[in-house]
Design a protein around this ligand. Structure first.
Ligand code: GDP
Ligand code: MG
Length: 289
């Protein structure tokens, strides 16, 4: 498998911002995709945040395979992490606040014992692209987050959003890059749409997705896409299946030739959006370092 190269230069700047913001917060909410809790984790995170308290939030739990999500939570907890599985569109922020409170209560109790004034916990969100950072911030702040001065040389105006009586959140998330030392991780993120489609050719992604489903969730592809006119057979290759999807969905160009690229995008969008059922791509618990 080809090594995916993706270390954007602007990450140096992003990292500097994260380091500055870290000084302002009590706790970091690290968002990861519940479908890929290891692949969507930045291996340098611990180094970046040092001994700052941190909660792993496994987002999109509505799209992940519940059995695996539960196992991942257990495994990560066993490994010493604080973990919450979360549906960013539906779950209550209280779930996150409670977890942070558990972790910070001792420190806060000490501060109060020393006579320090009561104050809400300060938190920031961090994570690789597409894990739900903006969605979470927008949802719990009940307003569109406006980015002021997003130009070189202009400092971004940062705001604290009171998201709960016990918590204030920095309105700008820290954007991390995903791990790439194992090309398999890159493929999983690419098929989930976490990293851009241009990095891996879309047909390779779609083939990967179909092979993955046929191996771990057999029957789902044909249940979703098989039709009387274009029945999907067990002997079909991934390419055969993609051609059938394209045809059965009527994606044709002139001369009734199929528009395969269109069909591929339909498959990928449905895969990513949960139309092929809940699934987890990171399935090997030993990949946890
Ligand atoms: N189903 C589902 N979709 C989510 C969840 N969280 C985020 N999304 C979707 O994932 C996509 C990327 O979210 P976004 O907030 O832009 O990610 P960011 O790059 O981390 O800021 C959007 O289409 C969101 O609606 C979740 O918990 N469940
Ligand atoms: Mg965002």
């Amino acid at each position: 498998m080809k090594q995916i190269q993706w270390f954007p230069g602007h990450m140096t700047k992003a990292l500097k911002e994260i380091r500055q913001n870290l000084k302002l917060v009590d706790v970091v909410l690290e968002l990861r995709d519940a479908r890929a809790p290891i692949s969507s984790h930045n291996p340098k995170l611990q180094e970046i945040i040092g001994d700052k308290k941190h909660v792993v939030v496994l987002t999109k739990k509505d799209l992940s395979d519940n059995e695996y999500t539960q196992k991942w939570v257990q495994t990560l907890v066993k490994n010493g992490s604080h973990v919450v599985a979360f549906d960013v569109h539906q779950d209550k922020i209280d779930k996150l606040v409670q977890k942070c409170d558990e972790i910070l209560s001792e420190k806060f109790a000490k501060d109060y014992a020393k006579g320090m004034k009561k104050r809400p916990m300060k938190a920031m969100i961090i994570g690789v692209p597409n894990v739900g950072k903006s969605t979470l911030i927008n949802r719990i702040s009940n307003k569109r987050v406006t980015v002021v001065g997003n130009k070189p040389g202009v400092t971004k105006m940062q705001q604290w959003i009171r998201v709960h009586k016990q918590m204030e959140l920095l309105d700008t998330p820290g954007v991390l890059w995903p791990k790439f030392e194992n090309p398999e991780f890159g493929m999983r993120l690419a098929v989930l749409g976490t990293i851009k489609d241009t990095i891996v050719p879309i047909e390779l992604l779609a083939i990967y997705g179909i092979d993955f489903l046929n191996k771990y969730y057999p029957g789902r592809v044909s249940k979703r896409f098989s039709t009387a006119d274009c029945p999907i057979e067990s002997t079909d290759t991934a390419i055969d299946i993609l051609e059938k999807i394209t045809r059965s969905r009527g994606m044709l160009v002139k001369n009734s030739e199929i528009d395969l690229e269109h069909g591929i995008m339909v498959f990928l969008n449905e895969f990513r959006g949960g139309k092929l059922g809940r699934l987890t791509l990171d399935r090997n618990f030993e990949e946890l370092e």
